[in-house]
Design a protein around this ligand. Structure first.
Ligand code: 8YV
Length: 317
């Protein structure tokens, strides 16, 4: 008999096919499965979910047999890790494999923002170029300072790319790292010394709203913000006010607090490039991520420790 698993958000078809082959998959996002899911709750032992979705707390109570939450991503901010540990539930992620793609997205947003790529594309398509409509000059990237907020794997990959573009790298990170890049003592000091502030910091209680009004004021009217981390690390009220008031030059954002529903003010905020959380979204990486999810769930059902469990101090396999 197949084990029951709960799929919280869709994955790639090739991965879902393999899940279907191995398990009875209950799709939480499919309203037609609501009743079947209610009936299956006591037998569901594994959950597969996205990093930005996680698993709401109340599901721990609804799933008494839960043993593993396999996150298809690196963020664990939407899973209560303490509760998981207390309940002896493994939480697994897909480390390493999405680093380069998220860093690419950070650079893509920066270039799109500073060189007006979305506006140019629109102008050409709408025939306005042929009418010789003037196009605003961009901002030179080469020679500018990039401040990387959070110098983990993604931050480092982004910093390496920025260096290749001729940018001077500085960073803020909670812990001191063995690197030649200049470290600033606080996010405010980093923003003060940056033309582009690239947010790569992991979301948790300590980093919630770390990019606040003070940091944005320090970035200043010629400074650009890029966020490929999580919406929650930026104070969106302060960001919208800074964009509207021109106290920062613009923002390139892949992530938002209440995504996929985002605040309507973002649609009209000046100098913004908005993406629907696509940092890790390449075919190659999503296949690799999916394989890690499959491996973690398979290991759990085989009675082994899931290979990329983040709560490794748990005593059971
Ligand atoms: C994914 C992510 O977009 O790694 C993360 O934490 O948020 C992203 O890689 C997401 O997990 C897919 O739903």
């Amino acid at each position: 008999m197949k084990h029951h698993i709960l799929l919280v958000e869709p994955m790639m078809k090739v991965i879902e096919d393999r899940l279907d082959e191995a398990y009875t998959v209950h799709r939480l996002y499919n309203p037609e499965e609501k009743q079947a899911i209610e009936a299956a709750l006591p037998s569901i032992r594994a959950v597969a979910t996205g990093g930005a979705t996680g698993l709401p707390r109340e599901w721990f109570d609804r799933l008494p047999a839960l043993g593993v939450i396999a996150v298809n991503g690196v963020g664990t901010d939407k899973v209560d890790l303490e509760l998981a540990r207390a309940r002896n539930v493994h939480v697994t992620t897909t480390p390493d494999v999405l680093t380069e793609d998220v860093a690419d997205m950070g650079i893509a947003l920066m270039l799109a923002l500073l060189r007006h790529i979305p506006q140019g594309d629109r102008m050409v398509r709408e025939g306005r170029w042929a009418k010789r409509e003037p196009f605003p000059l961009g901002t030179k990237v080469h020679g500018k300072r990039i401040g990387v907020l959070g110098l983990g794997q993604i931050g480092q990959a982004l910093a390496r790319r920025a260096e290749a573009f001729g940018m001077a790298v500085r960073y803020w990170n909670r812990s001191l790292l063995d690197t030649a890049w200049v470290r600033h003592a606080s996010p405010v000091e980093l923003a003060e010394d940056s033309d582009v502030l690239a947010v790569c910091v992991a979301a948790n209680a300590a980093t919630q709203g770390i990019v606040n009004a003070e940091v944005l004021a320090a970035l200043g009217p010629t400074g650009f913000l890029v966020n490929v981390a999580r919406g929650s690390v930026v104070d969106e009220d302060a960001l919208l006010a800074a964009l509207k008031g021109g106290s920062i030059a613009g923002a390139g954002l892949d992530v938002f607090v209440d995504e996929p529903t985002i605040r309507e003010e973002f649609f009209t905020a000046p100098n913004t490039v908005l993406m629907p959380h696509q940092g890790s979204a390449t075919v190659e990486t999503r296949v690799t991520m999916g394989e890690i999810v499959l491996a973690n769930i398979a290991a759990y059902f085989a009675g082994e420790k899931p290979p990329t469990s983040v709560n490794s101090q748990m005593d059971k396999p």
